[in-house]
Design a protein around this ligand. Structure first.
Ligand SMILES: Cc1cc2nc3c(=O)[nH]c(=O)nc-3n(C[C@H](O)[C@H](O)[C@H](O)COP(=O)(O)OP(=O)(O)OC[C@H]3O[C@@H](n4cnc5c(N)ncnc54)[C@H](O)[C@@H]3O)c2cc1C
Length: 368
C-alpha cells in the first residue's frame, strides 16, 4: 500500500529545504529525499552581503530578495524555536584607491571608523554595511528534524539507469529514475503516471516531483540538457590567536567568525576540475589573500571544497518540465543560495500550488 504526498523533493540543500517549507506552509504534504553526500549547502558560509565585487555593485534585486529572506528565516526561527539567522554589520576593507573613491561617490556608504590597526592592514580604510549570515548547518539540521518528525524526510540515493525499468511512459529514450534507499542494490524506477509520479521502492506516490539537486555530474534525463557554468570553491578554517573581530571582514576574500579565535576564510573560484577535492593551489590562494590584510599569524585547521550550481550568471532556474508537468526543477542558486532560495522557493511553490507565474528571466524553459 503506497502512501500519498503532494510533492516529492529530491535534494535537501538550500533549494530543496526552502521549497519544502514553502509547500508545507501552503498546507501541502511533502517528502524530502537526500542521499546525504556531496552538495554544497553544508559547506556554504551563508553570507548575505548587499555590496559585492570590485565595483561595489549592489547585489541583484536586493530590495526584494533580502526582505523575503529575512521574513522567511525569522518566521522559521519563531516556528522552530531555534536561532540560525544573524543580521550583523559586515566590514569591507578597501583594496585599492579606486574602490575608496567609488565608495565616496555612492550614497549610503560611510567610512568605518573602527578598524583595528593591530589586526588589519587597511591603510585605505573601509566601510560597514548591513548584512546577514545564515548558519546553514543549523538551519538544515533544524529543518531536517522538523521534516523527520512528520515523516517528511528520507535518506535515499536517486539515480538513473538506461537498461531497466518499464514504468515510465516518456516515449523518449529514457527508461526510468531509480532510488536506492536502505539497500543501494534495491532500485526501482520512478513511474510517471497520468496525474503524478510513483516511487515503488519507497511505496510513495506524489502529484509532482521537484529536482533540487544542485550541481551533479550525473545529469537527469529531463532537465539534463541545462548547461551549468558551475564554479568550484574552497574554504579554509583557520585559528587566529588574538583576533576577536565579530564582523565578517571582506577584502578580496571574506573572513567570517566561527567560534573563539576560529574563522572561516574563502572562497576561491575555479572552473575545472569540478570536484569537491581541496587543492594546494586553493589553499595557497586563500592564505595569500588573507596575509594581504591580516596582521596576525594564523593556522589552518580545516580545508573544504564544493561546486556552486551556477547556471546563468547568478540567475536561478525554476519551473515545470514542458512535457512532463509532474516534474519540476529548482536550481542555479550559484554563490547566493541563502539570499535567493526563500524568494524563488516561494515563487515556485505558488506556481505548483496555485498556478502562479514563473518570471521569464528565471523560468527553467529558458535554459532547456
Ligand atoms: C565555497 C563555497 C562558499 C559558498 N558560500 C556561500 C555564502 O557565503 N552564501 C551563500 O548564500 N551561498 C554560498 N555558497 C553557495 C551555496 O552553497 C549554494 O548556492 C547552495 O548551497 C546551493 O544549494 P542547492 O540546494 O541548490 O544545492 P546543494 O546544496 O548542492 O544541494 C543539493 C542536494 O541534492 C542532493 N542530491 C543530489 N543528487 C541527488 C540524488 N540523485 N539523490 C538524492 N539526493 C541528491 C545532494 O545530496 C544535496 O544535498 C557557497 C558555495 C561554495 C562552494
Amino acid at each position: 500500500m503506497s502512501s500519498h504526498v503532494d510533492f516529492v523533493i529530491i535534494g535537501h540543500g538550500l533549494a530543496g529545504t526552502a521549497l519544502a517549507w514553502a509547500l508545507l506552509r501552503r498546507g501541502r504534504s511533502v517528502l524530502v529525499i537526500d542521499r546525504e553526500r556531496g552538495g554544497c549547502s553544508r559547506l556554504a558560509a551563508g553570507l548575505i552581503t548587499p555590496i559585492t565585487g570590485k565595483r561595489l555593485a549592489k547585489s541583484w534585486r536586493w530590495g526584494e530578495l533580502y526582505p523575503a529572506a529575512v521574513a522567511f528565516y525569522r518566521s522559521l526561527e519563531a516556528d522552530t524555536g531555534t536561532t540560525f539567522f544573524h543580521e550583523r554589520p559586515a566590514l569591507r576593507l578597501f583594496a585599492t584607491e579606486a574602490e575608496r573613491v567609488r565608495s565616496e561617490q555612492r550614497s549610503g556608504i560611510a567610512q568605518a571608523p573602527d578598524i583595528r590597526a593591530d589586526w588589519f592592514d587597511a591603510p585605505l580604510g573601509g566601510f560597514e554595511m548591513d548584512a546577514a549570515r545564515l548558519d546553514v548547518q543549523r538551519y538544515l539540521d533544524t529543518s531536517r528534524e522538523h521534516f523527520e518528525s512528520r515523516g517528511a524526510y528520507l535518506a535515499a540515493d536517486v539515480g538513473w539507469h538506461s537498461s531497466r525499468g518499464t514504468g515510465l511512459q516518456t516515449g523518449g529514450g529514457f527508461t526510468g529514475l531509480e532510488t536506492g534507499a536502505t539497500n543501494p542494490n534495491t532500485v526501482a524506477p520512478i513511474e510517471l503516471t497520468a496525474d503524478g509520479v510513483r516511487l515503488p521502492s519507497l511505496s510513495v506516490e506524489a502529484r509532482a516531483l521537484i529536482l533540487c539537486r544542485g550541481f551533479d555530474a550525473t545529469a537527469d534525463p529531463w532537465f539534463g540538457s541545462i548547461a551549468f557554468k558551475a564554479a568550484k570553491g574552497e574554504i579554509l578554517t583557520v585559528r587566529i590567536p588574538g583576533l576577536a573581530e565579530e564582523r565578517v571582514v571582506h577584502r578580496g576574500i571574506w573572513l567570517a567568525p566561527a567560534g573563539a579565535e576560529v574563522f572561516r576564510a574563502g572562497s576561491t573560484y575555479a572552473w575545472e576540475p569540478l570536484d569537491a577535492l581541496p587543492t594546494a593551489d586553493g589553499r595557497a590562494e586563500i592564505e595569500a589573500r588573507l596575509r594581504a590584510f591580516l596582521r596576525l599569524p594564523f593556522q589552518v585547521i580545516d580545508h573544504q571544497a564544493a561546486v556552486r550550481p551556477v547556471i546563468d550568471a547568478g540567475f536561478p532556474a525554476l519551473g515545470r518540465h514542458p512535457r512532463f508537468p509532474q516534474l519540476a526543477y529548482f536550481n542555479g542558486l550559484g554563490s547566493k543560495g541563502s539570499l535567493l532560495a526563500p524568494f524563488f522557493a516561494d515563487q515556485l511553490a505558488t506556481h505548483l500550488c496555485d498556478g502562479g507565474e514563473i518570471e521569464p528571466q528565471v523560468n527553467v524553459l529558458r535554459f532547456l
